[in-house]
Design a protein around this ligand. Sequence first.
Ligand SMILES: Nc1ncnc2c1ncn2[C@@H]1O[C@H](COP(=O)(O)OP(=O)(O)O)[C@@H](O)[C@H]1O
Ligand SMILES: [Mg+2]
Length: 252
Amino acid sequence: MIRFSHVSKSYGARRVLDDVSLAIPRGEFVALVGQSGAGKTTLLKAVNRLTGIDAGKVEVSGRDVMAQSPSVLRRGIGYVFQGVGLFPHMSVAENIWLVPRLIGQPEAQREARIAELLDLVALPPDVANRRPAQLSGGQAQRVGFARALAAGPSIMLMDEPFGALDPVTRGELGAAYRALHERMGLTSLLVTHDMAEALLLADRVIVLGEGSILADQPPAALIRQAGDGPAGTMIAAARGTAARLEALARGR
Ligand SMILES: Nc1ncnc2c1ncn2[C@@H]1O[C@H](COP(=O)(O)OP(=O)(O)O)[C@@H](O)[C@H]1O
Ligand SMILES: [Mg+2]
């Protein structure tokens, strides 16, 4: 569904992506993990052409993204990022309907479709008339997901979508999205710096470090085999927290 072949990208003298090759089959849920500056966002944005690359190729559904117009390409790709980016002067409904309007979906379907999308992300219908400032962080992020799903994409790109949320909301929204991924048969690429979140949500965890793939495994295999490199350090940190909490609960 998404294929990166020998993708490289530099900013000035700094190589941000270094010969990355990676194939993501249809229906897979992939988490892209790594420390700040590892190149996660750059790799994600190469898929919907928000970033250009210097060398290599990115294909979506077997077609080079550079051979497609960005607007047509992006119709099939939902994009969610931290902070949501809702337009503050528009209602929730107007925010959600932006892309469908742009691509000419009939206005007659507007109301029903917005209600359906809100239902999909478990928001009550009356949220449609509110402004973004009248939403909690979790509600706003749900609207961000509804907006990204509005044009019926088959791929979802998510860049730290839960990063600004409190841990409880974060867990709820993560699980809700995972269920949506299944139900809608999406192909999902989630960028996160939270290894525990990646392990718990994804089918496959890819660890990126300084522009290269350091590990690429299903969660259980990664936990068992991460070794003592950077991927192992991230796994150890996540396991260490879990173990300390367990010990604390047992009175040590
Ligand atoms: N538009 C840009 N101009 C210059 N440097 C950039 C730009 N975007 C990202 N970078 C740099 O590229 C590196 C990787 O960035 P990014 O892909 O955002 O990493 P991540 O999402 O893993 O934190 C960082 O060092 C960042 O400062
Ligand atoms: Mg980033």
